[in-house]
Design a protein around this ligand. Structure first.
Ligand SMILES: Nc1nc2c(c(=O)[nH]1)N[C@H]1C(S)=C(S)[C@@H](COP(=O)(O)OP(=O)(O)OC[C@H]3O[C@@H](n4cnc5c(N)ncnc54)[C@H](O)[C@@H]3O)O[C@H]1N2
Ligand code: MOO
Length: 392
C-alpha cells in the first residue's frame, strides 16, 4: 500500500517563515576590525569628520576660479597628501592631482586630457578647448557624503568588506559585534566510520559533519564535531554535553522513520519543541527543527549526504545569514515534470550561459552533485520552466 503523508508536512515557504521568526543566538563582543567580516554590527558608527573632509579634487588636471576664460596662467601645484593651497590670481590655474584638497578661490576642475600646457614669455600657461566648463565640475564637496556626527553605519548591519572600509575610514580599529558562538556539529549512525579508516563492506565514511564544518568556516563560524552511535543513552548524554557548550547544534541522520531514528524523541526529552518535522520537498523531507525556551536551536538534518547539504544550504544558511530564501530566477533547460505533492530542489549546472538540470542519482549521490552550481526550486504540481534558484 502506498501511503501519502503529505498532510503532516509543511511547505518550504512555511518553513522559511518559521525559521526567520527564530532569533539567531549570538553574543556581543569587541573584535579587531580584521575579524569582523560577516558579523552583525552591535553599535552605531558615527562619522568623526565630514566626508569628504575637504573639497576633494576628483581628477588630475587644473583647478580654476574663472570658468569663462580658456587660457590660465599656471600658479602652482598640489599633490594628494599636501595641505590646501590658495589661488591668488583670479585668472590663474592651480595644477592638482586626484585626492588633493581644492585650492581656495577655485570653483572647477578640468582634467588633464582636455588641457594643453605651453610657455609664453618664459611663463607656464594652460589652455583648454572645452565649450562648457561647469562650476563644481570634478569637485567632491566637503560633507556631501555625510556630515560629522551623523550615523555612517547602522547597528544591525551584516558587515561586508565595504562596511569594514567605512569603519576604517572613521577610525574604528575594533567594533562591537554580535557573533555566533562555536556550533556543535553531530554525525550519528552505527554505519559511519572516521575518514581515515578503511570501512568494512557495510560501513561508510562519515562526510556530513566535515561538509557542515567546512561550510561554517566559509562564514567564519567555528564548530566542534561529535559523533554518536545509534544508542539512545549515549545520544542523550552527548547532546546534553553539547548543549552545555553550544547555543546551536546541527545534527545529521536518525530523523526519519527507522527503528533506530531516535533523534526527534530524545530532543523532546531534552526540552526542545519541534517547530517542524518534515517539509513537502525532495530531497530533505524529514528535516527537523526545534527550539528550547533558553534560546537554544537545533537543526536535525536528514542523513543522506545531499539531504543534509541541501537543507543546510537552503534553510540553515538562510537563517544565520538572514536571507529570505532563494531569489534569482531564470529559465532552466531539461526540466522534468514537477512532483505531485512535493517541492523539488533540482541541482543546476551552468553550461556556457544556460542553466540546465544536472543528472544525478538522488540524495545519496555526492558524486554527481559536485557539479551543481545552484539549486532550482520546482514547486509541486507547477509546470513553469522559469524557476527561482539558489546559488550553491
Ligand atoms: N520509511 C521511511 N524511510 C525513510 C523516509 C521516510 O519518510 N520514511 N525518509 C527518507 C528520506 S527522504 C531520507 S533523506 C532519509 C533520512 O534518514 P535519516 O535522517 O534517518 O538518516 P539515516 O537513516 O541515519 O541515514 C540516511 C543515509 O545517510 C547516510 N548518512 C548518515 N549520516 C551520514 C554522514 N554523517 N556522512 C555520510 N553519510 C551519512 C546513512 O549511512 C544512510 O545511507 O531517510 C529515508 N527513509
Ligand atoms: O529527502 Mo530524502 O533526501 O529524499 O533522501
Amino acid at each position: 500500500m502506498v501511503t501519502d503523508d503529505t498532510n503532516d508536512m509543511i511547505t518550504p515557504e512555511e518553513a522559511f517563515q518559521i525559521i526567520h521568526h527564530i532569533p539567531v543566538p549570538t553574543q556581543k563582543s569587541q573584535a579587531p576590525l580584521i575579524d569582523c567580516l560577516g558579523k552583525i554590527l552591535a553599535e552605531d558608527l558615527l562619522a568623526d569628520r565630514d566626508f569628504p573632509p575637504f573639497d576633494r579634487v576628483m581628477m588630475d588636471g587644473i583647478a580654476v576660479g574663472n570658468t569663462q576664460i580658456r587660457e590660465w596662467k599656471w600658479e602652482g601645484m598640489t599633490f594628494a597628501g599636501e595641505p590646501q593651497k590658495t589661488l591668488s590670481n583670479p585668472d590663474g590655474a592651480w595644477e592638482i592631482m586626484t585626492g588633493a584638497p581644492l585650492p581656495k578661490n577655485c570653483v572647477a576642475v578640468i582634467k588633464v586630457e582636455d588641457l594643453t600646457f605651453f610657455e609664453r614669455d618664459g611663463e607656464k600657461w594652460i589652455s583648454c578647448q572645452l565649450e562648457n566648463i561647469e562650476s563644481g565640475s570634478f569637485i567632491h564637496p566637503q560633507g556631501s557624503d555625510i556630515l560629522q556626527g551623523q550615523i555612517i553605519l547602522n547597528q544591525g548591519t551584516r558587515l561586508k568588506a565595504n562596511h569594514i572600509a567605512i569603519a576604517a575610514s572613521v577610525g574604528y580599529s575594533k567594533l562591537w559585534v554580535e557573533s555566533i558562538q562555536p556550533i556543535g556539529v553531530y554525525s550519528s549512525g552505527d554505519e559511519l566510520v572516521p575518514i581515515d579508516s578503511q570501512p568494512l563492506e557495510h560501513q561508510i565514511r562519515s562526510s556530513n559533519a566535515i561538509m557542515m564544518q567546512s561550510a561554517l568556516q566559509e562564514h567564519r563560524i567555528s564548530s566542534q564535531h561529535y559523533h554518536m552511535p545509534d544508542n539512545p543513552t549515549i545520544i542523550h548524554q552527548s547532546l546534553l554535553d553539547g548543549l552545555e557548550k553550544h547555543d546551536i547544534l546541527l545534527l545529521s541522520g536518525g530523523v526519519s522513520a527507522g527503528k533506530k531514528d531516535y533523534i526527534p524523541g530524545i530532543l523532546q526529552e531534552l526540552g526542545f519543541t519541534a517547530k517542524f518535522h518534515k517539509i513537502a520537498q525532495k530531497p530533505g523531507k524529514p528535516l527537523w527543527l526545534g527550539t528550547r525556551p533558553d534560546g537554544k536551536v537545533i537543526f536535525a538534518f536528514p542523513g543522506n549526504p545531499i539531504s543534509t547539504l541541501v537543507c543546510f544550504s537552503i534553510y540553515f544558511l538562510s537563517w544565520i545569514l538572514d536571507r529570505k530564501g532563494p531569489k534569482p530566477q531564470g529559465k532552466i533547460l531539461g526540466l522534468s515534470a514537477p512532483l505531485k505533492n512535493l517541492d523539488h530542489w533540482i541541482p543546476i549546472q551552468w553550461d556556457g550561459n544556460q542553466a540546465k538540470v544536472l543528472e544525478h542519482n538522488g540524495s545519496g549521490d555526492l558524486v554527481h552533485w559536485q557539479h551543481a552550481d545552484a539549486l532550482a526550486w520546482q514547486k509541486a504540481n507547477n509546470n513553469s520552466e522559469e524557476l527561482i534558484y539558489f546559488p550553491m
